[in-house]
Unconditional design. Structure first.
Length: 477
């Protein structure tokens, strides 16, 4: 079930939102949250909730808990009592409210009390203390929302939800997406979504339209695909593209971003939550290889970007075809351009690029700030010192570093002198590196081409669907 929220400042704006959502979600089971703490006149707003009361969660969040109310505590409780007189589904009351507040609000007419607490810094002892505080409250439901910086922190929150039947937990921030998309697994009957992008009431909260595009709430009970990566996945086209593709194909699945640098813990969590598998990006590719049984390709590359769950977890590396397919097309018909390629970087993407180049019969050089890692890929004879990368005679350049967009991994002011330049990053189109390549007359390959090629192969491996590059390209539109 979805619970639509907002932070309107006028009673008129609030009532318009309540009416608009009622029409948008007609025929479905949903709730709406009313945030009286943001209203210019909370007393007026509290008195006008009657027509929607049976679907409402009403709160007047104080500033000490991240809300907008700065008045006296007794006045705040009186506002909630006025709202309770309209018989809302729940009144949301903070765990540190006066001990007699819940009783007064019940007597005023609230159908239920929800005790809540918000923590803005994740920490095991603080979370356990907050749970104890919530359990001591006079309440029908209990909500604990905690800011998390890594999806692996959700393991602890889920443990508390599993231990206490009337407690649900939410991970706030981008790393908490799993707790919002798989909310039932965290003890919740609903997930909060904002009516508009400008009216979110907590970090990491998705909009109503995004939630519907991702198949929620129905998809919360079906398998999903996880995208595991560092904070950079917030800019990935994956969630929008794949969720659009799943809706087009009539599949009740979601594609959920999982921000983590603790790959093994996050993979274990997503498997427990019902994922079919995971698309894995930096910095988790080495952990993915260790987590699952690698196929010959992943083993040869030494990194995995795709993990499929099942009776036994298996992994592969679709980054290789992501490099070879566009590069092979670029090489066709170009004649003699040399037989060597220079790969910048020495991480998981660089490993896949080096392996792919060898599959195409190219000699490989690697240049990285991490000289030892570069030597592990190609030996000392193929390693090019980072400060001398511009001296490599290779006519093919592949950027497999995280540096992209407006920043370039190539020395400033130094000509590329390449025939083909392949930038694997997705940080900006065109990137500074590809702009320079085009200005010099080189053939420029965009990272989107790699992303599409590897994504189509990855989707086939994870889901069994017959998905082409053009299917994904269409879903990007």
């Amino acid at each position: 079930m979805l619970c639509v929220t907002g932070r309107e400042v006028s009673t008129r704006g609030l009532l318009e939102r309540l009416e608009a959502v009622e029409q948008r979600l007609a025929g479905t089971d949903y709730l709406q949250e009313v945030r009286l703490d943001y209203l210019e006149d909370p007393d007026e707003g509290a008195a006008r909730l009657g027509p929607w009361a049976s679907r409402l969660i009403v709160t007047c969040r104080p500033s000490r808990q991240g809300g907008g109310y700065d008045g006296q505590e007794d006045a705040r409780v009186r506002v909630l009592e006025r709202a309770a007189a309209t018989s809302p589904r729940y009144v949301d009351l903070e765990a540190d409210a006066p001990v007699d507040a819940a009783g007064a609000i019940r007597r005023a007419g609230a159908r239920g009390i929800m005790a809540s607490w918000h923590l803005w810094d994740f920490g095991g002892p603080e979370v356990a203390s907050a749970v104890r505080r919530l359990l001591a409250c006079d309440a029908d439901r209990r909500k604990l929302a905690v800011a998390v910086s890594d999806a692996a922190d959700l393991v602890d929150l889920r443990g508390h939800s599993n231990a206490h039947g009337d407690l649900f937990t939410i991970g706030m921030g981008p790393a908490g997406a799993l707790s919002r998309c798989r909310y039932r697994e965290f003890g919740a009957q609903w997930t909060y979504v904002s009516a508009e992008a400008e009216t979110t009431t907590a970090p990491g909260q998705m909009t109503l339209e995004t939630a519907l595009a991702w198949g929620l709430p129905d998809a919360a009970g079906h398998p999903f695909v996880a995208l595991l990566g560092g904070p950079q996945i917030a800019a990935s086209p994956g969630p929008a593209c794949y969720n659009r593709l799943f809706r087009h194909l009539g599949r009740p699945w979601t594609y959920v971003p999982v921000v983590t640098t603790r790959g093994s813990d996050a993979l274990r969590l997503t498997e427990e939550l019902g994922a079919m598998g995971a698309a894995v990006t930096m910095p988790n590719k080495a952990e993915a290889l260790a987590f699952a049984e690698p196929d010959p390709l992943a083993e040869a590359v030494g990194a995995a970007n795709t993990v499929r769950f099942g009776p036994r977890a298996v992994c592969t590396n679709t980054d290789v075809v992501g490099v070879t397919a566009p590069l092979e097309r670029a090489l066709e018909g170009r004649g003699e351009i040399g037989t060597s390629a220079l790969v910048l970087g020495a991480g998981g993407a660089a490993r896949a690029a080096a392996h792919g180049c060898r599959q195409l019969g190219l000699e490989v050089q690697v240049s990285s700030r991490r000289a030892e890692a570069a030597a592990q890929l190609v030996g000392d004879e193929g390693r090019v010192p980072w400060d001398r990368r511009h001296e490599s005679p290779a006519r093919i350049l592949i950027n497999a570093t995280p540096v992209g967009g407006k920043e370039s991994p190539w020395p400033r002011g130094v000509p590329l002198r390449k025939d083909i330049v392949f930038d694997l990053t997705l940080q900006g189109t065109p990137s500074a590196l590809l702009t320079q390549a085009r200005e010099e007359g080189a053939q420029a390959l965009d990272g989107l081409e790699m992303w599409l090629e590897q994504g189509a192969a990855q989707t086939r491996f994870l889901t069994g669907l017959t998905v082409s590059v053009e299917d994904l390209r269409g879903a990007l539109q």
